[in-house]
Design a protein around this ligand. Structure first.
Ligand code: 13P
Length: 247
């Protein structure tokens, strides 16, 4: 039985001071949740948030990493830095990074491998645009993202990963995919993993849905057989995240 994983993606929100306050608000609200709870936060907030959630089961994640271990890469952060700061998860391949920072599936594959090498749990994002959905190529697109993103990643490592399906048209728009649409793609991702790897890997990898998850729709989404939790943007910055974590 896969344990649910509910992650907040804070994106570029919260100064360290605000991050500390948000942790104090959210801690009691997620305390009883029967799921892995992860706060993925801006890199400058990681140490503050790690400190703020000490003594709870909440895990902390970064929102990106750079694939080099150290050196002249101004502005980037390495897996070792993330780990030493106390985070254990890291998001990669978010559609905002693909769109604004031109990250490709090949870049994301390198990030997945670096995170695994360093013992961080990758949350690898995929998702189609509205245009792609209307063209009927959603599943082809997602399968391509998964296959390239996981190239040369061993089955045992995939088992420990999290994959987040986030239709781009549902992110920050208030327009959630229907439960059927979300389940259909999450199942297709699992089938793709089964095809590339094996049954055991497909059954163990955790697949989240993300895109306008809120206190009202989380329960139904998370009840789907192939949806193992959510990657939550806007609603992770407020008390609603407590409701989602308990859904
Ligand atoms: P929203 O929940 O704000 O739609 O964002 C989803 C997301 O991008 C999480 O990574």
């Amino acid at each position: 039985m896969r344990r649910k994983v509910i992650a907040g993606n804070w994106k570029m929100n919260c100064t360290p001071t605000e991050a500390k306050a948000l942790c104090e608000t959210l801690k009691p609200l997620v305390a009883g949740a029967d799921a892995d709870i992860v706060f993925c936060v801006p890199s400058i907030d990681i140490t503050t948030v790690v400190e703020a959630v000490k003594g709870t089961d909440i895990k902390v994640g970064a929102e990106n990493l750079y694939v080099k271990d150290s050196g002249a890469y101004t502005g980037e952060i390495s897996a070792d830095m993330i780990k030493d700061a106390g985070a254990t998860y890291v998001i990669m391949g978010h559609s905002e990074r693909r769109e604004y920072f031109k990250e490709t599936d090949a870049d994301i594959n390198l990030k997945v491998k670096k995170a695994i090498e360093k013992g961080l749990t990758p949350i690898m994002c995929c998702g189609e645009s509205l245009e792609q959905r209307e063209q009927g190529i959603t599943l082809d697109w997602i399968r391509m993202q998964i296959k390239i993103g996981l190239q040369d990643v061993a089955a045992d490592d995939v088992k420990k990963m999290v994959i987040a399906y986030e239709p781009i048209w549902a992110i920050g728009t208030g327009k959630t995919a229907t439960t059927e649409q979300a389940q259909e793609v999450c199942k297709a991702i699992r089938d793709c993993i089964r095809e590339v790897y094996d049954d055991a890997t497909a059954e163990e990898v955790r697949i989240q849905y993300g895109g306008s998850v809120n206190a009202g729709n989380a329960k139904e989404l998370f009840a789907q057989p192939d949806i193992d939790g959510g990657l939550v943007g806007g609603a992770s910055l407020k008390a609603d995240f407590g409701v989602i974590a308990n859904a």
